[in-house]
Design a protein around this ligand. Structure first.
Ligand code: SF4
Length: 113
């Protein structure tokens, strides 16, 4: 069997992934992750049986990962995103990244890792 080879872009050339903004994925048991590639739920952020999806999607855990994405700190950007180079939802535009950086820096006191 061929060995999987993936090249992860260095942070200075890797854009933030729009998946953390645009593609909530809800599993049949209600678990929520940020990515269709996350079959093992490494980036699980909640469960809709416990918390409404809108609340999960606007929660501090995901905001912390979003801020890491827009600041190029991919080592803190969610366990699966850390080693991923496949932007399932495409790259977040520079304008949206700047807007979210300002927004999240303004609310960073509520952001947790
Ligand atoms: S960076 Fe990778 S793991 Fe993270 S949301 Fe995007 S495609 Fe999924």
């Amino acid at each position: 069997m061929a060995k999987e080879v993936r090249t992860v872009l260095p942070p200075e050339t890797r854009p933030p992934c729009a998946g953390l903004w645009d593609t909530p994925m809800v599993q049949v048991n209600g678990d929520v992750t940020v990515c269709c590639l996350d079959e093992h739920l490494e980036n699980k952020i909640g469960n809709v049986n416990d918390t409404p999806l809108g609340e999960i999607w606007a929660g501090p855990k995901l905001d912390a990962w979003r801020l890491a994405h827009v600041e190029g700190r991919f080592g803190e950007s969610g366990p699966y995103c850390t080693r991923c180079n496949w932007r399932s939802a495409g790259a977040l535009s520079p304008a949206r990244a700047a807007e979210w950086r300002a927004r999240l820096r303004g609310t960073s006191s509520r952001i947790s890792g």
